[in-house]
Design a protein around this ligand. Structure first.
Ligand code: NAD
Ligand code: TYD
Length: 369
């Protein structure tokens, strides 16, 4: 389309407009994982219109997409998924072929202090999207796909042995994981009850560029840069499986295009770390990168009050997605962590912008400092 002055006109579609290009709505695209998914889809699928749907909460940041936001196949829609009418209007206007749903409240510690926000966005917001998709796709479900991005935390906690698989019963322990479990159940129920074409994936902990510094890895990197204490919860012997965010984005691409209708896929990094060992690794790597004497950053480690209901261990058996769809992680933890630290060291403005204002209030409420 070309406007009167000859410049390309990429105005959003009106109710009578139907793009000939396939359209995919990606919710939560201004957040950590969502921004990597949006970038990947915008760059790899120029013949598909990618609509980033995000309310821009404290965790959403359009700076994350500054390198692709001028692309011809990119749109942004500021929509709060808690608003059922706004969600229906959006889906009616775009008539998407697919919805990849990442928008969520995502931080366990915040869910402990404000569970209702997690019910509203993660549960009600998801049901609003399901209702809108069901209405828009009524009678024409063929070729459509509603892809719900979930977490391994829905399975609860593991002991020293074993892995979560697609068969593991749900047993969420935090308000965050309970809200994600609930939304997973709604997605599955819409498939069983209304035949909505869905797929779900449950992924382990992600890390990488653009991660908001309230989660373990970016919080520690930020505090090391600032020379602040490194707060390790409890005895630090909690275990998480870590996956580089770009590998999660490639898994999402794979599942979106090739996953089987109605199925669940577990996604993980085969990469378990106890928190305290991980923090020591970060300290050693940052001593070297910052030219500080060996052992300098580790002096900042401090053990603080434990998180209530803290899950002991998460670990994923990602055999199904590997066997059925051929996906596996592409980078080692050392490579991914090194790239991540380099990104934070060379994106000081991003870090400064997200850690001013409301972040300081959150930090002092959570850590008393
Ligand atoms: P994030 O907190 O960085 O981003 C969430 C995004 O959702 C933000 O851009 C925010 O503005 C948007 N959002 C929040 N509430 C909204 C609302 N009501 N309406 C519209 N947009 C809203 O989260 P993330 O870490 O990128 O996680 C993305 C998804 O992946 C979540 O569903 C999360 O449960 C899941 N997940 C995350 C991890 C992880 O390690 N971070 C692991 C597995 C699964
Ligand atoms: P987090 O990044 O919040 O992810 P999740 O709780 O979803 O796994 O926390 C990862 C682990 O790090 C978890 O065991 C809690 C711990 N942790 C700390 O020890 N200190 C911190 O300041 C934070 C944020 C987390």
């Amino acid at each position: 389309m070309v406007g009167a002055d000859g410049t390309p006109n990429f105005a959003p579609p009106n109710p009578h407009y139907r793009s000939l290009m396939p359209t995919v709505l990606i919710t939560g695209g201004a957040g950590f994982i969502g921004s990597h998914v949006v970038r990947r889809f915008v760059q790899r699928y120029p013949e598909t219109t990618i609509v980033n749907v995000d309310a821009l909460t404290y965790a959403g940041n359009l700076e994350n997409l500054a390198d692709v936001d001028q692309a011809a196949n990119y749109r942004f829609e500021r929509v709060d998924i808690r608003d059922a009418a706004a969600v229906q209007d959006l889906v009616d206007r775009y008539q998407p072929d697919g919805i990849i749903h990442l928008a969520a409240e995502s931080h366990v510690d915040r869910s402990i202090s404000d569970p209702m926000a997690f019910v509203e966005t993660n549960v009600i917001g998801t049901v609003n999207l399901l209702n809108a998709a069901r209405t828009a796709w009524a009678g024409a479900m063929e070729g459509k796909r509603f892809y719900h991005i979930s977490t391994d935390e829905v399975f609860g906690a593991l002991g020293a042995e074993g892995f979560f698989t697609e068969e593991t019963p749900y047993s969420p322990n935090s308000p965050y994981s309970a809200s994600k479990a609930s939304s997973d159940h709604f997605v599955r129920a819409y498939h069983e009850t209304y035949g909505l074409p869905i797929v779900i994936s449950n992924c382990s902990n992600n890390y990488g560029p653009n991660h908001f510094p309230e989660k373990l890895i970016p919080l520690m990197i930020h505090n090391i840069i600032e020379g602040k204490l490194l707060p390790v919860y409890g005895d630090g012997k909690y275990t998480r499986d870590w996956l580089y965010v770009k590998d999660h984005a490639s898994a999402i691409d794979t599942v979106y295009h090739n996953g089987r209708n109605g199925e669940t896929y577990c996604i993980g990094g085969w990469n378990e770390w106890q928190n305290i060992d991980l923090v020591h690794l970060l300290c050693r790597t940052m001593d070297a990168k910052l030219g500080r004497p060996e052992g300098d950053c580790a002096k900042l480690i401090t053990f603080v009050k434990d998180r209530p209901g803290h899950d002991k261990r998460y670990a994923i058996d990602a055999t199904k997605i590997h066997r059925e769809l051929g996906w596996k992680p592409s980078v080692t933890f050392e490579q991914g962590l090194s790239e991540t630290i380099d990104w934070y060291l060379s994106n000081e403005t991003w870090l400064r912008n997200v850690t001013s204002g409301a972040y300081l209030d959150y930090y002092s409420a959570q850590y008393g400092a």
